[in-house]
Ligand binder design. Sequence first.
Ligand code: CU
Length: 150
Amino acid sequence: MEKKRLTGWKTLSVLLLILTLLLIPALSCAKTPAEPSPEPASSPPPDVIIPLTAEKIAFDKNTITIPAGAIVNVAFTNKDGVVRHNFAVYKSSAEIATSLNVIYRGDFIDGGKSINYDFLAPSNQGTYVFRCDAHPRSMTGDLVVTATTE
Ligand SMILES: [Cu+2]
């Protein structure tokens, strides 16, 4: 009887030891989400990626075509030494001066730098305007929004 009870305790302590060994890696796993991840889960992957370069106070594109409502990533590179540029989208060139007209306005970047501009395409089809806010005459083009292809 006594022996049986002892083996019972032995089995229990072995089980406890196994449980502890199993819990240690589980606990260290639980810590990993706190570490910074390279891509935060909050930003969804873009539907379209538009490479865009600025060089000699000009964009390398005068038309950009995107589907309505798409998550757009403009992968922008500024190759102009000391000149800062940005990328902005407006409803139309006629009312470009009014800030109500702004669809997206990206931050300015220095020459030699690159940036990802992420924005949501307008939900209505049509021809919009993109430009660099510092050089609106020479750096501008049509942003054509097409029907969603779904
Ligand atoms: Cu510019």
